[in-house]
Design a protein around this ligand. Structure first.
Ligand SMILES: [Zn+2]
Length: 178
């Protein structure tokens, strides 16, 4: 993506009003970039997305990258999970995205929980989120961690943080502008 528009406005009154835990986790994402020598989220050279998954009080990090480190078996499992009800496969690009990377990292550590939270420092892409978050690939990965609910904190195109609640079952999704 050559255009850079999903900045997070850390100095805005709106950001500062967010609950402390949410602010803290977005600052952790920035810190992770610093520690791994990646450009800051708002840097013009930034082309990456970082995801932090918190499950069972443990942190799992994901970055968008090629599928290096994902075994063929895992790739097949992911592809199967990502199929929609008409057996159409999800775009394989999703396998390289930060959100999926974090979920796979937790899966490798045998994490299971009813609910978890994820912080993503760029707006979810169309493949991960789908048209309305229900149709996206991210929701379909919840069974990998036995999740009923995944709360995702992510900026919208204006840089404002939103809370998206994904549920395994398609009957419920909420999207709140914080
Ligand atoms: Zn994506």
């Amino acid at each position: 993506m050559s255009d850079f528009k999903h900045k997070i406005d850390f100095g805005s009154a709106r950001f500062l009003r967010l609950p402390l835990v949410i602010k803290k986790n977005f600052l952790k994402l920035e810190n992770f970039r610093k520690e791994t020598n990646m450009p800051a989220i708002n840097h013009p050279d930034n082309r990456s997305t970082i995801a932090l998954l918190i499950i069972n009080n443990r942190e799992f990090w994901g970055a968008n990258k090629a599928t290096a480190g994902i075994t063929d078996k895992m790739k097949d499992d992911l592809k199967a999970l990502l199929k929609d009800e008409n057996s159409r496969s999800a775009h394989s690009v999703v396998l390289t995205h930060a959100e999926v990377d974090a979920i796979v990292a937790a899966h490798y550590k045998n994490m299971n929980a009813d609910s978890a939270e994820m912080y993503v420092d760029r707006k979810l892409c169309g493949f991960c989120a789908g048209k309305d978050f229900n149709a996206g690939s991210l929701r379909r990965l919840l069974p990998l961690l036995s999740l009923q609910i995944l709360k995702v904190y992510t900026p919208d195109e204006n840089g404002n943080i939103t809370e998206v609640t994904l549920k395994t079952d398609r009957t419920f999704v909420s999207h709140i502008f914080l």
